[in-house]
Design a protein around this ligand. Structure first.
Ligand SMILES: C[S@@+](CC[C@H](N)C(=O)[O-])C[C@H]1O[C@@H](n2cnc3c(N)ncnc32)[C@H](O)[C@@H]1O
Length: 181
């Protein structure tokens, strides 16, 4: 069994597109969990606000401001050069998801980069889960980026195989977006 890829590893999306944020000064990691992605951003000298509704224990890092908060009540009172919403939006209802995505657009600085990864309607949880509350339809996230005049750097929809305790073998339908304002 491999480890659950959501939460403890640095996102491959971040590693692949790291050249897009090498000049960034600050970032928001929405749903940061253990902070692997926040720490990766901090390693570039980026100051990170790392928000999670249920913060796990974490090491002190002067580059990272860990904030225990529901992203729905987070202040969004500054601009960010990088915004991460990796594997978190599926926990919000469709209405709340778009409310937060509007906040992301307003908080993203000009030239800033946003990374989103979430579940699609091809995920087995579609119409079958109380925990997973929303799923992107085909091309929905791409249209959102286009409607908000973001420049799409990378966009991908796929079904992946996953295997970890306690579920064992299963699949996920995922959409990934990297886009610049
Ligand atoms: C699957 S983990 C993803 C962690 C990390 N972003 C990653 O991709 O590896 C989802 C995280 O989102 C957090 N979360 C869920 N709903 C949230 C909300 N409304 N506000 C803030 N964090 C939330 C959970 O507590 C959990 O730590």
């Amino acid at each position: 069994m491999q480890n659950n890829p959501f939460g403890k590893e640095v996102s491959t999306l971040l590693k692949t597109w790291q050249h897009t944020f090498t000049n960034a000064k600050n970032a928001l990691d929405a749903g940061c969990a253990h902070g692997s992605n926040a720490k990766f951003l901090a390693s570039f000298g980026i100051q990170v606000d790392a928000v999670d509704i249920k913060l796990p224990p974490h090491e002190v890092n002067t580059q990272i401001n860990y904030i225990q908060s529901d992203i729905l009540t987070f202040a969004f009172d500054k601009k960010y050069d990088v915004i991460l919403a990796l594997n978190v939006l599926q926990f919000l209802t469709a209405k709340d998801k778009y409310k937060i995505m509007d906040c992301f657009i307003k908080s993203l600085s000009q030239g800033g980069v946003i990374f989103i990864r979430s579940f699609t309607q091809k995920d087995p949880s579609f119409n079958n889960s109380k925990i997973i509350k929303s799923h992107f339809a085909q091309d929905e996230l791409r249209r959102w980026a286009q409607n908000n005049r973001l420049k799409i750097i990378a966009y991908d929809e796929k079904v992946i195989n996953d295997c970890h305790e306690p579920i064992g073998k299963h699949q996920h339908g995922l959409v990934s977006l990297v886009a610049q304002k």
